[in-house]
Ligand binder design. Structure first.
Ligand code: OXD
Ligand code: MN
Length: 544
């Protein structure tokens, strides 16, 4: 690790992983349940006994001559009724330092745990960072995670994706709560009321930007504010008043660096100014600061690229930072961190929002007809692939609730769990469920919606719908806004009413093709597909 400029970036470090080890590896991420059916068709599976043997054979002796670190950590505020404890054993100081940012680590956790056996076992061994022997393995029934031959964030910070999503989703299923790949934000209205939204997007769809949204000037002047509770994961339970409450189990942000700048996300940038770790970005050797594509127009001339090679950002045709380079930043640094961040009882949720990257088809926003229809809307999420996971960028993949790589059990059972949760909620108290698509493009490939801070205009419509304050147009897919009901004040030059109307359009012909795609996707779940979702699909087809 390279220590960065102590004046400009106090207590900050740069770390480079091996070139073969820069992203999560889904093909090598396993859910080891006693039967393959428990893991389901969307997870990679291996027999647990066979897998333990394989992993111990790979890792045996790999700690010899190295330092072993033992990290007791809490996901969620220590002692909160939502929180869970893990212990990670690792031979990587990078893991230790990152976990100290991303989770709550230390003696208080052990004091809280006492002699309880309710903790998640995590074993990480860097071994030789051999891509052919890299495995990220969850054993949900054993509360155990084993990760070998990687030193990259999402594969080795076991509290995050492995525990807080894969193991926790399984725990939530068994215990009646939910672990979701969702940001949590609060919108403060001029009268001081704050309403909370949980939103799920596939990796690198601007989730961190939305979580830290800066209201457009027009809204700022009126007194609107947005507060960040979490940018990636939400743990959700029913509260004593019958509403759903969410906490962010993490304590920091593991954000995608490229594209993060003063305009796109000043709050995230501010969060990285102290006590942060940068992974696989470029180094400016003159002042020992960091740089990535999209930070500013001033790449270092005397730099090192993410591989550690000499790099002149002004003349080189190669990128300086890996497209999936990251910052690990303490949540407390974030200027818009919610005052409820440490609230052990979480925040009440008004709306769930699902989203994805679709150049066509999905309108800017629509509201599901009811809870079950909302579960359907989440289950059919699809997005054009990004750089956060290994694979071809741009191709479409279905990513239900953005949980495809993170659901620790059969996706069919997971959908049924959503439906069952809905049955326990009074419809007046249940969050309303929406879908958004910030990424609609014109035929010549231009984005039609400005996105970023202006997404607040859509959140405002969503929250008005939750309060029953505004009408909407019923369509075969759900309720769509009337174009005049989305506030365009301040961006009329950028987005005309006609353009807005065009991205609110529901085109039955395209949706019929989509329904055929959903049918094909659903087929793999066989009997595990909840009957409610099959019915929802039939209803959609009939309505189209
Ligand atoms: C992430 C991801 O890193 O979803 O948050 O890939
Ligand atoms: Mn994520």
């Amino acid at each position: 690790m390279t220590k960065l400029n102590p004046e400009l970036l106090p207590d900050c470090y740069l770390h480079r992983t091996k070139a073969n080890d820069v992203a999560r590896v889904e093909a090598r991420t396993l859910i080891c349940t006693p039967t393959k059916e428990e893991a389901g068709p969307t997870n990679h599976w291996m027999d647990p006994d066979e897998c333990y043997k394989m992993l111990y054979d790979i890792a045996r002796d790999s700690y010899k001559g190295r330092t072993m670190y033992v990290l007791p950590y809490s996901m969620g505020p220590v002692g909160s009724p939502f929180s869970k404890i893990g212990i990670e054993v690792t031979d990587s100081i990078y893991v230790v330092l990152n976990m100290c940012i991303m989770t709550r680590v230390g003696q208080a956790v052990l004091d809280c745990l006492g002699d309880s056996d309710d903790w998640v076992r995590g074993l990480h061994a860097k071994c030789k960072i051999d891509a052919e022997n890299r495995w990220i393995v969850q054993f949900p029934q054993d509360n155990t995670i084993i990760s070998v031959n990687s030193g990259y964030g999402g594969n080795v910070l076991l509290g995050k994706k492995c525990f807080a999503l894969r193991i926790a989703s399984y725990q939530g299923w068994k215990e009646g709560w939910q672990a979701e790949h969702m940001l949590i934000l609060g919108v403060e209205f001029p009268n001081g009321d704050v309403k909370y939204i949980c939103a799920a997007f596939p990796s690198a769809c601007g989730k961190t930007n939305l979580a830290m949204l800066i209201p457009p000037e027009y809204y700022r002047k009126k007194g609107y504010k947005v507060w960040t509770v979490g940018d990636d994961i939400a743990w959700i339970r029913k509260g004593p008043d019958g509403r759903l409450y969410a906490i962010n189990p993490e304590n920091g942000f593991f954000g995608v660096a490229p594209g993060t700048n003063d305009k796109s996300n000043p709050n995230a940038l501010a969060s990285t100014k102290r006590g942060a770790i940068f992974t696989n970005v470029a180094l400016n050797k003159d002042n020992m600061t960091v740089w990535w594509e999209g930070l500013d127009k001033n790449p270092p001339e005397n730099g090192l690229d993410w591989l550690g090679n000499d790099w002149n950002g002004k003349t080189s045709t190669e990128v300086g930072a890996n497209p999936n380079s990251r910052f690990t930043a303490p949540a407390v640094n974030c200027p818009c961190l919610s005052s409820e961040f440490e609230n052990p009882n979480g925040v009440p949720i008004s709306a769930f929002v699902f989203g994805g990257r679709r150049a066509k088809l999905a309108p800017l926003v629509y509201q599901s007809k009811d809870w079950d229809n909302g579960v359907f809307v989440g289950s059919i999420m699809a997005s054009e692939k990004t750089a956060a996971a290994v694979g071809k960028v741009g191709e479409l993949r279905r990513d239900p609730m953005a949980m495809l790589p993170f659901c620790g059990y059969n996706m069919g059972d997971y959908w049924q769990h959503w439906i069952d949760i809905g049955k326990t909620l009074d419809p007046d108290k249940a969050p309303k469920i929406f879908n958004v698509n910030w990424f609609r493009k014109s035929d010549d490939g231009k984005f039609l919606w400005p996105g970023f801070g202006d997404n607040l205009r859509v959140l405002e419509w969503i929250l008005k719908r939750c309060e029953g304050e505004i009408d909407a147009k019923e369509t075969p897919i759900g309720y769509v806004p009337y174009a005049e009901d989305i506030n365009l004040e301040g961006i009329e030059d950028e987005v005309s009413r006609e353009t807005l109307a065009s991205i609110l359009e529901v085109e039955p012909e395209l949706w019929k093709e989509e329904a055929a795609g959903i049918e094909e996707y659903y087929a793999q779940f066989g009997d595990k597909l909840p009957p409610v979702l099959r019915e929802q699909l039939e209803n959609l087809k009939a309505a189209l």
